[in-house]
Every structure is written in C-alpha cells, then in structure tokens.
Ligand binder design. Structure first.
Ligand code: LIP
Length: 297
C-alpha cells in the first residue's frame, strides 16, 4: 500500500476538486452546453472537458513523467485509442464524469473516476459522486473504502444462485442492431434465469462500487471503455469481489487477469460462500452472454 500512497493522496485531492466543479454545474445545469458524440445517446458537456483538464493538470504537476488518458481527449483524438499497454509508463486513466447522461438529466448517479494503471493493471482507484457525497477508494493490497469505511459493508450474505441476485446491467449508448440485438438477448437470458431484479444506474464506475459495497450482487456490460472501469476495478477486487472478462482469462496467482481494453466487464461481490461460490455465479452469467464486437481501447 505504502508504495502507492502518494498517488492515492493526489488522486483523492483532485477528485475533491473535480467533485466541487461537477456539483456546482449539476446544480446549475440549466445553462449546460451539450454536444453529441457518436449519436443522440452519447453526450459530452463543457463540464466533462473542463474537469478532465483540471484532473490532468493537477496530476501532471505531481507526476510529470506519467501518461494521461481521458474519455474526452481520446474521443477527440484521431485514433480513438488509449495507447494503454504500448509501454510500461504509469498511466492515469480518467473519466471526468461517468454518467454524463445522468448529469445532464439531473439523475444523481454521477461520478469522477480516476485510476492509476501500471503495466495494464489498475493499482489505485478513486470514484467520487459529489452529488450523493459518496467517495470510494482503493489501492492494490490495501483494501477498499466507502467514505473511509472498509468494504464490503456488512452483512456479507451468501449468493448460491442467480435467483436471489439484484444485478446491474446497462444498455450503453450504441443503437445499431449488431450491438443492441446480442445485448438484449443476453439481458433476456439473464433476467429469465430468473434474477430477482435488474438496475441500470447509468454509470459503470458506480455499478462497480455498488458491487464492491455488496449493495448489488453482480454487474455485466459490453461496450465500456477503460476509463469507465479502471478505478472501479481496483475497488471491486480490493473489496473481495471477482472481476473478469466475458471469456475466461489466464490466471495469475490464482486470480483471473482482467483485460482493461476489451470493452467488457463482469463482476460479482464478495459472498459468504467464498470464491468458489462467486466463481459459480460468474460461470452461470458466462453461459448466458452473447458476444458483442467492439473495437479495443
Ligand atoms: C457511460 C457508462 C455507462 C454506459 C454508457 C457510458 P459516460 O459512461 O458508465 O455505464 O452504459 O455507455 O459509457 O459516457 O457517462 O462517461
């Protein structure tokens, strides 16, 4: 943990600054300027761009040798690629507002998400929802916290099957049939398992944090970007949850590796039945997933 404490300190400090900007703009959102990205469901505001620059300039001052990847700068770049994995430069991966649609509509599930990724592994994660005053943070090997309380929150219940699960699933912003059809078909199969309930919070980062808390039992999505999930990835794993890709990955020290650029996520909370029980849930979701083709990050 101590290796990463300077990084965490700076990430927490700038998350607070970003949070004040986001909250102020959320309360005065009548004057927001909204632009469309890929389609009518893919939004960006001047607040997203401004917060990304504020976060970058704070972190760049503290860590001038690091690299910076953010949702808005990648979206506005020619390649639309993150460059993650091209070398071993420590890279800050930032979503200035995860849940931009929520932000624009005044639905309070909005967060800044800040992660430090080293050798493709997220090692520091901070997710802050300034509207609901929820701050999540984790550092690899140091546990996860929600407003400084260790995660998961008690009680840690068993999860023997999908039938008692409250799950998160998102529709994403793509509306073309090649993407929407397999997603809807997967959604159908998962709901018909049957699961107890489905929630669409509209923020991948917060979905991961709710799984880390134990409030949601599991979450899956196709189409997420590295900046949506990098910080939440540390938080969910450090809270004892399982984080995986849709297809089974290699194992390192008994833990499946997670490919951050694969545009997909699947996770299960810590359960009273231990890793085997959680792994069974991962496998029962995997049986129902229909793959969706996305260009890698
Ligand atoms: C959003 C995600 C959400 C997903 C959307 C989008 P944004 O991020 O967090 O879960 O379904 O497609 O990617 O665009 O609000 O930062």
């Amino acid at each position: 943990m101590s290796n990463y404490s300077t990084y965490l300190t700076e990430a927490l400090a700038v998350a607070r600054t970003a949070g004040s900007i986001i909250k102020e703009a959320f309360l005065n959102r009548a004057s927001l300027h909204i632009d469309l990205k890929a389609n009518d469901a893919d939004l960006v505001t001047q607040v997203d761009r401004n917060v990304e620059q504020v976060v970058f300039s704070h972190l760049r001052k503290a860590f001038p040798d690091h690299r910076f990847v953010g949702e808005e700068s990648v979206s506005e770049s020619e390649t639309k690629r993150t460059g993650l994995g091209s070398d071993d430069t420590p890279t800050w991966v930032v979503d200035p507002i995860d849940g931009t649609t929520n932000f624009v509509h005044g639905f309070p599930f909005v967060a800044v998400s800040i992660a430090l990724v080293i050798n493709n592994v997220p090692v520091v994660g901070v997710v802050y929802n300034p509207i609901m005053e929820e701050l999540y943070h984790a550092v690899i090997g140091g546990g996860s916290y929600f407003n400084n309380t260790p995660l998961p929150l008690p009680p840690i219940k068993p999860l023997p099957s999908l039938t008692t699960a409250l799950i998160a699933a998102e529709y994403g912003s793509d509306r073309v049939p090649e993407i929407l059809d397999p997603k809807m078909s997967t959604m159908h199969k998962v709901i018909a398992a049957p699961v107890r309930g489905v929630r669409s919070v509209g923020s991948a980062a917060l979905n991961l944090c709710y799984v880390a808390r134990g409030t949601l039992d599991l979450y899956w999505e196709a189409g997420v970007h590295a900046w949506d999930v990098a910080a939440g990835a540390v938080i969910v794993r450090e809270a004892g949850g399982i984080l995986a890709n849709w297809k089974q990955g290699e194992r390192q020290d008994g833990v499946e590796t997670y490919d951050l650029c694969a545009r997909e996520v699947l996770c299960v909370r810590k359960t009273a039945g231990g890793v085997e029980e959680a792994q069974k849930i991962i496998e029962s979701i995997r049986q129902r997933l229909e793959s969706v083709e996305y260009a890698r990050d």
